[in-house]
Ligand binder design. Structure first.
Ligand SMILES: [Ca+2]
Length: 449
């Protein structure tokens, strides 16, 4: 968790190779700087109990045609890995990792070419917010969430009491991260992180994670053999990376170990609640509420920087789906994940707490909405602009070039639809006399052409 990504108007979501032997296609999470890619299956492998679809937003803006995939020769057993391990052990010793911890952790470690293959072959698809939410809050995932809630009710109730995070929210994170524990990853974490550190594509990040993993082993929370996770080192029921574990994991059952790897999810679920609490979660406050936007609304107000009380929004005509003012849970912003043509939400501070976990709008809405549905809440009622599709990376770059060329600078051409690009889109829309919702749609790109 705690990975940072930009938010996009059109959601980019990756589909990548399977993390488990059972599944071919998986959704991948948004994996920015501090969260490695973790793969989860998209197929139903356990029809009896749990869904396997772990819908995840994706950090990298992706392309539909899989053109972003880096084609890289993967060397099976590169010279230099052993030398790297020797050098790494020296650096680890300097950071307080004992020789005994290192010997135990590296006893069976060798370079894992498959990890690098997965890192390189992350075919990227672009998924719209509506397709993403269709998976994140599918009927199966909702049903399985209710089963999980029932099966672990006393534990979840105790966790909710201790941390002040609603059990449905904790369960929703669990549902998106590992399909309620079904897909936690079977890779040896030290092997994966050592391989990725040696590989060097994001070497500094992975070496930091590797050091953190060794600290966990040195603390005695688990053993090298039990420390398994995704191919990129995300561990346990709610897929903590090692540094997140060190910051947030808790020993809820009091056996002296913060065991997020066990079949029993109690420590993992409590750790998730602890993480959300430390990220500012307020019990009783919604993450967001679906709202209606009135005709003639000033869409420049649909901006994360603009926060008003629900009463103030109601006076501007922004009301819940029954036409009433949204209950006052503090200041809120209007979020339009698919622009003026899609669903609208008033989002509260709890939105930010989920963002600490994964900052993709789609992920946050996915967790929030899934939790609402598990609780018995309604489906999103607005229709989505389903004629639209997500832009490819090439198209996003083209949009940035064309906006900049017309005098609406996006301050760089990087294919990421961040705040600067959204501002440029709005300025262009205003100049064109069209709704300034800042939404980087295909329709807008066609107009730019
Ligand atoms: Ca424990």
């Amino acid at each position: 968790m705690q990975w940072k990504i930009w938010t996009t108007g059109v959601l980019a979501i990756g589909l990548t190779m399977a993390d488990t032997a059972q599944a071919e296609a998986i959704w991948q999470s948004v994996r920015p700087l501090n969260r490695p890619d973790t793969a989860l299956p998209d197929t139903l492998t356990d029809p009896v109990s749990l869904i396997s679809v772990a819908a995840r937003p994706k950090l990298r803006p992706a392309t539909k045609a899989v053109t972003d995939t880096a084609k890289v020769e993967v060397v099976a057993s590169p010279a230099g890995f052993d030398r790297w391990v020797t050098g790494f052990k020296r650096r680890a010793r300097a950071q307080g990792i004992s020789a005994g911890t290192l010997d135990a952790a590296f006893r069976n470690v060798s370079y894992d070419a498959d990890v690098i293959r997965r890192d390189r072959n992350q075919s990227e698809f672009t998924k719209t917010i509506w397709d993403y939410l269709g998976s994140a809050a599918s009927a199966t995932r909702i049903a399985n969430g209710r089963i999980a809630l029932k099966n672990h009710n006393s534990t979840l109730t105790a966790i909710e009491k201790r941390y002040g995070v609603e059990k449905e929210v904790v369960v929703a994170v669990w549902g998106l991260e590992s399909a309620y524990g079904t897909f936690r990853g079977k890779n040896d974490v030290v092997t994966s992180l050592a391989t990725l550190s040696f590989d060097g594509r994001r070497g500094a990040f992975f070496e930091e994670q590797l050091i953190a993993a060794l600290k966990i082993l040195q603390n005695g929370d688990t053993s090298p053999r039990k420390m398994t996770g995704s191919w990129a080192g995300a561990m346990g029921h709610t897929q903590f990376i090692p540094t997140s574990y060190l910051s947030y994991a808790v020993d809820f059952d009091g056996d002296g170990r913060r065991d997020i790897w066990a079949e029993n999810p109690v420590d993992a679920l409590a750790s998730t609640a602890a993480y959300l609490k430390k990220s500012g979660w307020t019990k009783g406050q919604p993450w967001g509420v679906e709202v209606r936007i009135p005709k003639g609304f000033d869409y420049t107000l649909a901006d994360r920087k603009i926060r008003k009380s629900p009463g103030q929004w109601a006076r501007l005509g922004v009301v819940d789906m029954n036409g009433r003012a949204v209950p006052d849970h503090g200041r809120a912003s209007v979020l339009l994940p698919a622009g003026a043509q899609g669903a609208a939400f008033l989002i509260f501070d709890n939105f930010k707490a989920i963002e600490a976990y994964n900052s993709a709008d789609a992920y946050v809405i996915g967790v929030g909405h899934l939790s609402d549905r598990i609780k018995g809440g309604p489906a999103i009622r607005a229709s989505w602009p389903t004629d639209d599709r997500a832009l490819t990376r090439a198209e996003r770059e083209e949009m940035q070039r064309r906006l900049t060329g017309k005098g609406f600078s996006t301050q760089g051409i990087d294919g990421r639809i961040g705040p600067k690009t959204i501002d440029a889109v709005r300025s262009y829309q205003r100049a064109q006399g069209i709704v300034p919702d800042g939404y980087a749609s295909l329709t807008l790109l066609k107009r730019l052409r």
